[in-house]
Design a protein around this ligand. Sequence first.
Ligand code: FPP
Length: 247
Amino acid sequence: MNSLRPIQKRALALGINLEALPKHLAIIMDGNGRFATRQGLMRLWGHRQGYQTLKKVLLSSANLGVDYLTVYAFSAENWRRPEDEVSGLMTLIEEAARHELKGLRENNVRVRVIGRTHEVPLGLQEAIREMEETTSLNTGITFTLAINYGGRAEILDAVRGLLAEGADPATVTEETLSGRMYGPDLPDPDLMIRTAGELRWSNFLLWQAAYSELYVTDATWPEFGDEELLKAVVHYQKRTRKFGGLG
Ligand code: FPP
């Protein structure tokens, strides 16, 4: 009992079964802009607050015992935002990648990035490469950042890859296609959390989330914390996952 971490003790107190946690948690971190605007501040300030939340949620997820955390940092559609917000986000993600390198290493986090990363600024591409390389042998939580990611684009890229190789349609299976996704070795998410209340998928992990349980909270991403995280897990454990069967 004493070897339990504080967040695990809190989880137990809420009735959470630590043996049945979601192995892979995916998060749509929405509401940074609204959080900032409500306080009369710039949207980019909201994104900075969101970055602080992300650090905390990553550590909490790891300490709780989640094996994979995947977050939507920048969607393929986010380029449509005003130029200063786009460049501000790119700079923030690059700064974060460089600044957190030491902490990620010390916390045994393995970082992965999924998305069309060849289209992001060169400085960010370099920071991504360094972060992935430096942490590739780590054995703790696998933290995947979706950057310039779109679910449809991912499926399209997978199909294009198969066509380019002249794959025989008769031999293409769901497993073949899964193996062509940006993170072929990542398991499908068990639980998908969306903050800031919208009931939408927003093109996130379309292929992989076929049987994920969805949890939506009204809290904006900067307001999200351990209490919300644990609440989502409580809800998750109340669901019966049937995968199309009878459970
Ligand atoms: C959605 O809020 C959030 C994003 C588009 C970006 C998520 C980015 C971060 C959490 C910042 C840091 C990330 C890293 C990896 C350092 P929104 O802008 O759509 O909010 P709104 O719906 O209220 O406008």
